[in-house]
Design a protein. Structure first.
Length: 116
């Protein structure tokens, strides 16, 4: 099972980026994006189920959009109106449930830097 994230980089405030995460070796009931800024805990950015139901924390609503292409086993995160405080390593996450137990799988992370 592997999650390969890409699309990070340096962007100016107000700019946009789209992150991609390709999953191989398994299908995940829920896929999502988390981020971790220096000195802070990892936090949920967005998640999406196989049915297409999405979940955004209140602080992430409005500027971030998650989507998935099951034919490509890929999840995307469109980020708009980026702010310096969005600077973080963004991690792709895949969830599976087996016998009621949740298993989390993580990609390697992709760095997003928002700076002028």
């Amino acid at each position: 099972v592997q999650l390969q994230a890409s699309g990070g980089g340096l962007v100016q405030p107000g700019g946009s980026l789209r992150l991609s995460c390709v999953a191989s070796g398994s299908i995940f009931s829920t896929m999502g994006w988390y981020r971790q800024a220096p000195g802070k805990q990892r936090e949920l950015v967005a998640a999406i189920t196989l049915r297409g139901d999405t979940n955004y924390p209140d602080s992430m609503k409005g500027r971030f959009t998650i989507s998935r292409d099951d034919a490509k086993n890929t999840v995307y995160l469109q980020m708009n109106s980026l702010k310096p405080e969005d600077t973080a390593v963004y991690y792709c996450n895949g969830q599976q449930y087996r016998l009621g137990v949740r298993y989390d799988y993580w990609g390697q992370g992709t760095l997003v830097t928002v700076s002028s």
